[in-house]
Design a protein around this ligand. Sequence first.
Ligand code: ADP
Length: 349
Amino acid sequence: MLARKTDRVQVYIRTKPTCQFADDLLELDTSTNTIKVHLPPHPTRGHIDNQQLDFSFTVDGLLHNVSQEEVFESCAEDLVSRALDGYSGTVLAFGQTGAGKTYSISGPGQSYRHRGILPRLIHNLYQEIDERYEQDVSIKASYLEIYNESLYDLLGGLNDSVSDKLVVTEECGVVGVKGLSVRQSRNEEEALNFLFEGETNRCIGEHMLNRVSSRSHCIFTLYIESRSRTHSTSRYFQSKLNIVDLAGSERLKKTGSGGNVQKEALYINKSLTFLEQVVVALADTKRDHVPYRQSKLTHFLKDSIGGSCQTILIANIWTEEEHIDETLSTLRFSQRMMCVRSTPQQAIQ
Ligand code: ADP
């Protein structure tokens, strides 16, 4: 059972299929969208009096044993019409490495049937544009990677893509990146080609710069501009759709030690901590300062979280016993995200 959309951040938990489901530790109730965690006593978990610890989390949707199509329909389908009405949207995939973030966002490589949220969103976007005779819509796309607090342009050609001369800018509340390629995309095929081009550049950059894709944040953005074709009204809208595949959220001890790996893990931990701090500040109605500028990720997402933007968090989890600590930490983060209220929806005109 999935909750009706509200004006706050929508939070969905997606489980990765497994034949080793830890049913003594995890209890899922998809009718109430509740997930319970029962932690047995463990020396490193700080248990008091050797007692079992129980946690319960209720979210907007618990996506367990569901298809890619159902994930799209539950989480992201609504964003298309809203974007064509002038309302921006952001989908964030969060969770430890291997839990299914890229699978949920892009899908497993070549399989059309199992394609992820992003290709489905692109398809629906162009389909709806074709049906809206009264609107003249222009679409542009960019693909940004954030790795160790440096920005990379995944549509900038090979040489440019490895430069880090990009700067996050802000004008009248609208965030952008100076120097980032923003490419006109006239149809579904062109948009999918940009996606493919960006993913290829990401892989090449991975080898050339010796970096691992699961250690960076990737943001595919669709920029929508719409003008009314009718003479009676001359409405003009701008909106954005950000689809964000976040870096793996696992803690340092699991990522190995020393050199680059440790540096990457520190950057990721920091940027996710800043993301969390922004979320906490947004949830606190008495706070008037939200520390967006602490990291490139939160600065770039400034107009996509808690503002006039519909934000969707998909938290991907493993359900095996060995991952229970990371799963609990993902669930806790998700719960905090649910507290974030969006301001009343306002189209940018
Ligand atoms: P992440 O992006 O979180 O590091 P991936 O999306 O790359 O993780 O998933 C890791 C592996 O698990 C991939 O081989 C992917 O195809 C598979 N996988 C993840 N989620 C699912 C799912 N819901 N159904 C089938 N396979 C999945």
